[in-house]
Design a binder for this molecule. Structure first.
Ligand code: TMP
Ligand code: ASP
Length: 246
């Protein structure tokens, strides 16, 4: 499966070409990084878990008319995707205050936001992914005004669908990061992954601020039990899948 040419290696995934120029194979690694790769480690089993979770989420989104790059999952740590040109924008949605929002605004962690906050960061490791304003984004020509409107509409719809899905898994979707790409016809398509690496997920049944964390914050903040938390998210997602398959 992985005999084709490697065209890109990122911090958590490797991209390979396939026989079809419009299709790529993504291999999900166990490698984990944080703070712009200043912290490095491995989360054993993460590649398979994130690929499986992402695949299920992409299928749910697809069924709800969100265009995604997902094609199929030939092995548990490999995803076939449509080739897209990734826009260098990290789109972040927040439902509850956490992370950099608290650091940058003084809001208390756990504050429920009055509306879902959509933010854009420049996907640029050298500049440490800075927060962008709409005007800066347009100035840098990272997207057109029309693409930006479409990104916002799709993102809010994705947030509704994911909030609902995770709620059914007894998990609060605090915030998440997504990325979009353009296919060969310039259509905007959801790409990358949606997993405990790219979301903040809190266990609804846990009130303790450390115990409730089921995502990469366990690795970022050295909270321990990282593998268990990822596995728990997978099990709840699989149970959801089981109860929703006719
Ligand atoms: P932040 O609070 O650190 O800005 O993170 C917001 C969300 O984005 C959170 O769900 C984690 C996710 N995220 C990534 O997926 N990649 C990143 O590089 C960072 C900094 C955050
Ligand atoms: N993915 C990012 C990195 O290493 C950071 C993070 O997820 O916290 O660089």
């Amino acid at each position: 499966m992985l005999s084709n040419q490697k065209i890109y290696e990122g911090k958590a995934k490797i991209l390979y070409t396939t026989n079809d120029p419009e299709i790529l194979l993504t291999y999900f690694k166990d490698d984990a990084t944080a703070f712009n790769a200043q912290k490095k480690g491995k989360i054993i089993g993460k590649g398979k878990i994130n690929c499986t979770i992402s695949s299920y989420i992409f299928q749910i989104l697809k069924a709800n008319n969100i265009p995604t790059h997902f094609i199929d999952c030939p092995q548990s740590d490999q995803m076939r995707v449509r080739r897209v040109k990734i826009l260098p924008i990290e789109v972040i949605v927040r439902n509850i205050a956490a992370g950099s929002l608290c650091r940058q605004t003084g809001l208390t962690e756990g504050t429920i936001l009055k509306f879902p906050l959509v933010e854009y960061c420049y996907k640029n490791d050298d500049l440490q992914d800075p927060l962008l304003t709409r005007d800066r984004l347009l100035l840098l020509e990272l997207a057109t005004p029309e693409q930006l409107d479409q990104i916002r509409t799709l993102t809010l719809k994705i947030n509704d669908l994911l909030t609902n899905l995770f709620n059914q898994c007894q998990i609060t979707l605090v915030d998440f990061k997504i990325e979009f790409g353009l296919d060969k016809d310039e259509n905007l398509i959801l790409a990358d992954e949606i997993s405990p690496d790219s979301c903040r997920l809190w266990d609804l049944s846990q009130a303790d601020p450390n115990q409730r964390v089921m995502d990469k914050d366990r690795f970022r903040r050295d909270l321990g039990n990282v593998e268990n938390a990822y596995q728990q998210v997978l099990e709840r997602i699989l149970a959801h899948q089981g109860s929703n398959t006719p």
